[in-house]
Every structure is written in structure tokens, then in C-alpha cells.
Ligand binder design. Sequence first.
Ligand code: PMP
Length: 459
Amino acid sequence: MSLDHPVNDLSHVIEADRAHVWHHLSQHKVYETADPRVFVEGKGLKLWDAKGKEYLDAVSGGVWTVNVGYGRESIANAVRDQLIKLNYYAGAAGNVPAALFAEKLTQKTPGLTRVYYSNSGSEANEKVYKMVRQIAHRQHGGRKWKILYRERDYHGTTIGTLATSGQDQRAMQYGPYPEGFVRVPHCLEYRKQWDVENYGQRAADAIEEVIRREGPDTVGCLVLEPITAGGGVIVPPNGYWERVQEICRKYDILLHIDEVVCGLGRTGTWFGYQHYGIEPDFVTMAKGVASGYAAISCTITTEQVFEMFKDDAADPMGYFRDISTFGGCTSGPIAALENMRIIEDEGLLDNTTRMGERCLANLQALMDKHAVIGDVRGKGLFLGAELVSDRKTKEPMEEKRVQAVVADCLAQGVIIGATNRSIPGLNNTLCLSPALIATADDIDRITDAIDGALTRVFG
Ligand code: PMP
């Protein structure tokens, strides 16, 4: 497909960007010698930059976000109509799209009935941490205030959520951090920490050990990604989730699943936790909720948790004393409603499962050809290929060579990712997360690009 994409001179845009924009996650020194990339237009999985170059985006906007693809006029129209009718109202009053999306969303999350709106994944997670702390005050005499998080997981960029970063380099220069956040081991079987048969059970038992060490009456909540994203695309081993749920129930610990990446179809089910039969107390989501057409995040919970915040109307501490100013934007829930309709009407959960299987099989086939691929893993259109310099020792591939693979794909017009530069020595997993509308041709083009890049970089 070809678009009427920019061919006129946008060089001033590139200069304005270079002169005034501070890019996320960037070492700006590189822009002294190379032009920053500025995107202008998108359609489906395709993107065009300010120089008119075309790309196939295999990472949905860089960070697993544009689940339904670029250029969706029906979302734009729904948002436009809603903005003209009512753009915003926040605080104690509601609005029509917020009510309708909450109703529709909770139909997909049996057992979770209440939706709290905000506008980023970090914020959605912070809301849970605040709820847990308030529950500790109201129900447990100030006990059960600690929140457990896992090595390699990531939950956001604020100081509160960075206190639960399982990726040290993301957090190390921004401390000191608030107290009461305690780390548990990760569950990546490829990099075993215990030499046992039932690895899932063992990795979950390690969480119990931390709970017992800290004192179960001090622990209020455990936050986990259902499938770890930036920490290495980690699909938990068999038996892991069953045991985690059992441990949470045993010690009366609330289970918070961070679905910021996995939510809204990314893994072939509405939410990642639904592969594992888990019954969480909190689920948070952001990126794919409106596929980047509007900023929206949701914290959803059970009626049981919600009831804990109902009290005498005169009690100033009797309710959740929190607000998110932009949680009152109607653009978020109206875009989210249309986003969900598209996923349903176009059968994108099924497509994700089928295309995910194809992509995984393609990556597995590449393992026969390229000894640098140590492991491939993933679910749905959420996949990773871990690169190693030695398959036997599993020595992680040097970051600059992993980045060379990403750069080679980019030169071929295919945008892939690599695990963020936040885990020393482990920045070595190529990441794929194309939009859920990806076709077999798209998938093959992506894995062919990786094949070519690996050949060129490693010979
Ligand atoms: N949780 C997870 C699992 C994430 O991957 C991210 C962002 N990459 C966040 C939370 C934070 O979301 P946001 O950037 O919208 O604050």
C-alpha cells in the first residue's frame, strides 16, 4: 500500500527537533552526528518519517502500544465527536464514555468490577500502591504495608513505581526511595537460579521465602507482570502462577497484575493473566487500552476491595483520597471503547494467536541457522529472541552487537526492539510486538529482516 506521504521538505522539523526536543530514553550526544528520526504518518503497521522513508513497525509505536495499528479513522472520528460534545470533567462526577467503557471492560475481567481512571501505566500502578497502603491503615492497624515486586519486572517511571523496579539501571540514580518495597526473584527458566525439576514451583516458593522473612503480617501486596516485558520477555514456567496464587491466598496478600503491556489482546487473550486462570485483586493497564490514540490507563479491582473504601460520609479519611486530573478526559474512554470494538469485530485475538505462533515458529527456525540465538519465547504477538555469545555458557551477547542487529533491521526498513538498557549484562533480547492486525507476510518480512541482520552482524 502506498500513501500520499510526505515528500515535501521537512528538514526544518528535524532541526527543530534537534534544537528543542529532549527525547525519551536517549543519549543526545548521538544527534550531534546523526539526524533524529521524526515520524510523520502511519497506516496499519507502516510508518513514514520526515525524510519520506517507509518502515514496517514491529514494535507498535516503540513500546507495545498501537495494538490496532496506525491511521484508524473510526477512533479519530469517535474522539472528535466526543470532544465536541464534552471534552472533560474531572473529580467526583462521571462522564458517558467513562461509564460505558467501565461496563464493557469489566465484562472481560470476571471478578473485577470497578474501574479507576488515570492516564499512564505508572500512575495506574501508583494508584494500587496507594490503595494498598490505605487498606493497611484502615483494615490492618497500619500493618500489611509492604509491597513485593520481582527482579526484572518494571512498573513505571515515577519515584514510587521505580521503588518497584526490578531493573537496577532504571532506578539507580534516582534514589533515595520510599520504604516498604521488597524484591523477590525472577522466574526465567532459561537462566536458572535453582537446579530443580519443577522450576515454576521453585521460583514461586522463593516468593514465599521472602514473605516469611519479612513477616506475612507486614506484606500487603505482590505486584507482577503476567509475562515480563522489558525485563526479557519472560513467559513464566508451568505451575508458577498456580503456586503464586496459592501463596497470596495463604498469607492474605493482595495480588496485583500489571497488564500495561500484555493487556488488550497483546498475548491473544484480553489480558495476559487469563492464560493462567489467576484471580487477581488488582489489574492495571495502559498502552493498548486506546492503542495510543488517547492517553488513558485503568486500575481495576474487586467489589471486595472497593467496599473497603466506603464509610461514614463525614469521615475525611473514609474514601480513596486520590484524583487524576486527566482521568477526566473523555477522549481516553471513547477511544478505548472503539479500540475494543475493533479488536472484537476484526477477530484480532484469534489473529494474534495465529500470527504469534507463526512468528515463534519462524524464530525457532532461525535458531538452527544462527548459533547466537540462545532462546526464543513469547505468547501471541509478544516475542523475544535472546542473543548469546555462547549457547553452552549462555554468555549474554554484548549490547553493542545486539544494537547492531536492531540498526541493521532499521536500515532494511523494519523497526524491531531490544530489551531496554537497564539490566547490566542482560540487554540482549530482541523484542517483537507488531500490531495485532499483522498478516503472515508482515511476520515473514520481520523475521526475514532479523535473519539478514544476524547474518550480516555475526557472519
Ligand atoms: N508497567 C509496565 C509493565 C510497563 O512496561 C510500563 C511502560 N513501559 C509501565 C508499567 C509504565 O507505563 P507508562 O510509561 O505509561 O507510565
